[in-house]
Design a protein around this ligand. Structure first.
Ligand code: KIV
Ligand code: ZN
Length: 537
């Protein structure tokens, strides 16, 4: 059975579609009753999402994100692929022990050793699930697995039966389902359901499907495999053709009741279906889909920021729902319309996804009590030690910025919550730069309270700062990627730098935030080196 059974219905009122989701603010909703199906949200950010090169998370970071996913209200957290490494097994185990609420799933190939590892990882969860997968398309069977259909079917059944000895909740995925012969797909589904699978998943592994066709596959599967009425029917779409969300919605329309997705759509290649897009489409166009999720949408923005920061994957500014421009109205006509009535150009409210504008602003003179109060409004209740770190960074930023907005605070909290152990910590820097001189940087770092200062010239101020950091930490790095953006609004916005640095043959990502973009870059570069050292470097 899925997180709460194969099909949950609730009675809802049909919203006034002509006015969009905000339409019932000032007008009476149209009171047609509709039956709304619950769609279970299976989050695979920590498994499929983490397969992005350079986005590897350590145990602490995985727990951090899993806790936020639980606050967001996802139904299932796929914590990882426990057989892939002992670290991943331990990370999924820690999530199982510490994160309450959602089902915790561990992925396994259809072999006993993988299933043993997955069970070891999820056995302590409140609601454990083993997720078994095996290729089903001819190309996977012939070229990758070198098995015929009958043998693979037997493997699938044996794997489900084996997993079932451990755990009641078993998900089975027919990898590459969208390129699988339909008759064979029906046979596999029927057989794994009879063997005890409680969730069957139809992955569009290579992002090949298109919505009409994928929806049709789901409809026909439901027609042909009677057992599907008693289990959860799931889909898992990749975004190679930019259709992952559209395909997931087509599947929902045709009877799927679980969607697998990731925060910010992160994942292999072009990524997975984006959680926030699916959830906000179901909310905004609820009447169209007659389906809903139980996600606490006000947690979306914070979750997006946390995943972006910990995985070091920037969110594109025009990304739907969570991009920095998603709610920015720049043209005069639009601004005029928004001022007269937000519904003219806004189909979702920024507050719905957790972007809040507060009237009272914090400044350097706001004390601990005001900061604590605002943090609690934003949903943070940091313990004393973390609070003190947040307070000291808040003062540092507030000294240089007149007013501290909610986004600034979110960024400050994220930085402090997601810190890696610092072998070297940033103290200060000076830059001399201009278009007629060679830039010169001097940087001071602390190593266990010993002050280390050095200076260097470079091709630009950022290059000079990076060179000094390398000199002080005694390690050379090759900059592979550098991204700089404003994370908050206005001329005195907080700048966020993200870097990927190759150190001793491995790539480490780093992130740094400051109102000064050179300092943000320096902090990001140092952060990458600290990850290297934390990794035993
Ligand atoms: O894309 C895919 O097929 C997968 C499965 C393991 C579900 O990630
Ligand atoms: Zn996948």
């Amino acid at each position: 059975m899925g997180p709460a059974g194969p099909c949950e219905l609730r009675a809802d009122f049909r919203e006034n579609a002509a006015q969009g989701a905000n339409g019932n603010q000032n007008s009476k909703p149209n009171k047609d009753r509709i039956m709304s199906r619950r769609i279970f949200i299976f989050d695979t950010t920590l498994r499929d999402g983490e397969q992005v090169p350079g986005a590897k998370l350590n145990k602490r970071q995985k727990i951090e994100i899993a806790q936020q996913l639980a606050r967001l209200g996802v139904d299932v957290i796929e914590g990882g692929f426990p057989c892939s490494s002992p670290e991943d097994l331990l990370a999924v185990k820690a999530i199982s022990q510490q994160v309450k609420g959602p089902v915790v799933a561990g992925l396994a190939r259809a072999v006993n050793q993988d299933i043993d590892a997955a069970w070891e990882a999820v056995r302590d969860a409140e609601r454990p699930r083993i997720h078994v997968f095996l290729g089903s398309s001819d190309i996977h069977l012939q070229r990758k697995l070198r098995r015929d259909r009958a043998t693979a079917l037997e493997m699938a059944v044996e794997a489900v039966k084996y997993a079932k000895r451990y755990c009641e909740d078993i998900e089975y995925s027919t990898e590459d389902a969208s390129r699988t012969d339909f008759e064979y797909l029906c046979r596999v589904m029927d057989a794994v359901i009879k063997a005890g699978a409680t969730v069957v998943n139809v992955p569009d592994t290579v992002g090949y499907a298109v919505p009409d066709e994928f929806g049709e596959v789901i409809r026909r599967l439901k027609e042909r495999v009677p057992g599907l009425d008693h289990v959860t029917l799931s889909v898992h779409c990749h975004n190679d053709l930019g259709l992952a969300v559209a395909n997931s919605l087509a599947a929902i329309r045709n009877g799927a009741n679980q969607v697998e997705c990731t925060v910010n759509g992160v994942g292999e290649r072009a990524g997975n279906a984006s959680l926030e897009e699916i959830v906000m489409i179901l909310k905004t166009r609820h009447a169209t889909y007659e389906a809903h999720s139980e996600i606490r949408t006000e947690e979306i923005y914070r979750t997006s920021r946390m995943v972006s920061r910990l995985m070091n994957i920037p969110v594109q500014p025009n990304k739907a729902v969570v991009g920095s421009n998603a709610f920015a109205h720049s043209s005069g006509i639009h601004q005029d319309g928004i001022l007269k009535d937000r519904r003219t150009y806004e189909i979702m409210k920024p507050e719905d996804v957790g972007i809040r504008q507060h009237k009272i602003v914090l400044t350097a003179r706001s004390g601990r009590a005001a900061l604590k109060h605002r943090l609690s409004e934003l949903g943070y209740k940091p313990e004393q030690e973390l609070f003190e770190r947040i307070y000291s960074r808040f003062l540092n930023v507030a000294d240089r910025k007149k007013e501290i907005s909610s986004q600034d605070l979110n960024a400050i909290v994220e930085i402090e919550m997601t810190k890696v152990p610092e072998t070297f910590s940033f103290h200060s820097m000076q830059i001399m730069s201009g278009n007629t001189m060679v830039p010169l940087a001097s940087v001071t770092l602390l190593k266990e309270s010993v002050t280390l200062t050095d200076a260097a010239t470079g091709n630009g101020p950022v290059d000079a700062v990076f060179k000094v950091i390398e000199r002080i930490v005694g390690q050379h790095g090759i900059l592979r990627d550098y991204d700089l953006k404003a994370v908050t609004m206005g001329k005195d916005a907080l700048g966020e730098a993200m870097v990927r640095v190759e150190i001793n043959g491995a790539v480490y990502s780093g992130i740094g935030t400051s109102p000064d973009v050179i300092e943000a870059s320096a902090r990001a570069y140092l952060n990458a080196f600290n990850r290297f050292f934390a990794n035993g470097g």
